[in-house]
Design a protein around this ligand. Structure first.
Ligand SMILES: [Zn+2]
Length: 460
């Protein structure tokens, strides 16, 4: 059994970026872990969405079972959106099991708040509260003053890389106080890698300022390695990989063309609900900062044009649509059954699903189709699409050539520690759902009913 374990998340990290950065000597500490231990391509969830993947990490269960497909959750109708939190997790997390015997620390893990454990939790970037740390008594005890969950004060595009370094350093001061406490299991997620990649992915290796951010993260990892010592097992992982998509697939436009979806000009009520939604979003730290981020930092990026277009394009006429995609992030189609307005009767569900899937199979860019049982917040038809990023806009065409930096399913995994084997072969067939059973196994627990497996091939 392991004595101590550190799991560090590098959001959105891919070997396409990590390998050249290591080869060029920018990341000496990560290089050391890779040389001493094992590496592997870690397959992400479908869809490779941050909230979906980090939930699967915590549970060892795939999104079609846990029902988290995005940071937002639909309740009954498309207007009542909520930012997800730990209350939406219906399965037991691996750290709840660990915490029965071991001291756990979780920093910046999406959906870990309100905390389900007695250990130490620092909120994630989707926090809905102003809490800095749990249990709250630690705020005074450790003198935690400045703990930001998101980069504050985005002003200009040129500024963001400098701001990102300041953000990392400021957080580190507070996080170090937690790292220096007594713990057995320590988790910390670095979101900054994903944020930088959304902005600069194809050109990062030519951007010295952007590389600095990866170097800073590597330095922090180096400090952790030194402090924790050789007895500690270290896992480095990402929730998904990253790539440049060449095209957009407007799924709702396709549904409309095939006769399943009706669009409507937005009525005053829709704008009211938009305003209601904006008011709601602006109350939450995460969404507030994200909207600032989108509108101030990315004024020239295609994402912004698509977002703006989605606001201006006609809405989905839910009452008259048999199928729709509420949000491209979920990468799938919902059937308008009793979960929405009951336009499709239970007896017709199967027929309409097989009709739609048969038509989708004709599209050359559809790689895989999964059909799910009717469940709250779970798309009935889940799509894996090659080289096309799905958007919900009811655009004037079904596809468009437009480059977008976005997640893909091939993430990273690095493990190093007393029980971990030393191998230069890069492993394949690792899945993010395997992490929970593997971590629990290393601490002497078993996880039943998981979609993942124990990664036996990483051990000596
Ligand atoms: Zn992510």
């Amino acid at each position: 059994m392991v004595k101590k374990m550190i799991v560090l998340g590098l959001d959105g990290m891919t070997f396409k970026l990590l390998d050249p950065l290591v080869e060029q000597g920018y990341l000496p500490n990560i290089a050391q872990l890779m040389n001493k231990g094992v590496t592997g391509v870690l397959r992400s969830t479908l869809p490779p969405n941050t909230a979906a993947a980090w939930t699967t990490f915590q549970l060892g269960v795939n999104p079609n079972r846990h029902g988290i497909f995005d940071f937002m959750r639909y309740r009954g109708n498309l207007e009542s959106l909520n930012v997800v939190d730990s209350g939406d997790i219906k399965y037991k997390t691996f750290y709840e099991t660990l915490n029965s015997k071991y001291k756990c620390v979780l920093i910046n893990l999406p959906l870990s708040e309100p905390p389900k454990i007695k250990g130490t939790v620092m909120p994630s970037f989707i926090s809905k509260t102003n809490a800095k740390i749990y249990p709250k008594s630690l705020e005074k005890k450790l003198d935690i003053k400045e703990f930001e969950v998101f980069i504050p004060h985005f002003k200009r595009v040129t500024n963001i890389l400098n701001e990102a370094i300041k953000f990392l350093d400021k957080r580190k001061k507070e996080i170090d106080k937690v790292f220096d406490m007594d713990w057995d299991f320590y988790f910390e997620l670095f979101s900054i890698t994903d944020w930088v990649q959304h902005l600069y992915f194809p050109t990062i290796l030519k951007n010295k300022k952007a590389i600095k951010i990866y170097q800073r993260v590597d330095e922090i990892i180096g400090e952790y390695m030194k402090k924790a010592g050789e007895d500690t097992t270290i896992l480095i992982m990402s929730d998904h990989g990253f790539k440049k998509y060449k095209n957009i697939f407007y799924l709702n436009r396709w549904l409309k063309q095939e006769g399943y979806l009706q669009s409507k000009e937005k009525s005053l009520d829709d704008y009211r609900s938009d305003i209601k939604l904006l008011n709601f979003l602006s109350k939450h730290k995460f969404t507030k900062e994200v909207s600032k981020f989108l509108f101030k930092v990315l004024p020239l990026a295609p994402e912004v044009r698509l977002r703006a277009e989605s606001k201006l394009s006609p809405g989905i006429d839910v009452e008259n649509s048999r199928a729709f995609c509420p949000n491209g992030e979920v990468s799938g189609i919902f059937i308008n059954d009793k979960r929405f307005t009951s336009l499709v009767k239970d007896t017709d569900r199967k027929k309409i699903i097989s009709e739609i899937t048969a038509k989708l199979k004709q599209l050359p860019y559809i790689k895989n189709i999964t059909v799910n049982e009717p469940k709250d917040n779970v798309p009935d038809i889940l799509l894996e699409v090659d080289d096309y990023k799905i958007y919900e806009n009811i655009s004037s065409r079904v596809t468009e050539e437009l480059p977008i930096n976005y997640h893909d399913r091939n993430g990273i995994f690095i493990a190093c520690g007393p029980r971990i084997k030393n191998s230069a072969i890069r492993l394949e067939n690792l899945n993010i759902a395997d992490l929970a059973p593997t971590i629990l196994h290393m601490f002497g627990f078993r996880l039943s009913n998981s979609d993942g497996r124990i990664l036996k091939e990483i051990f000596k």
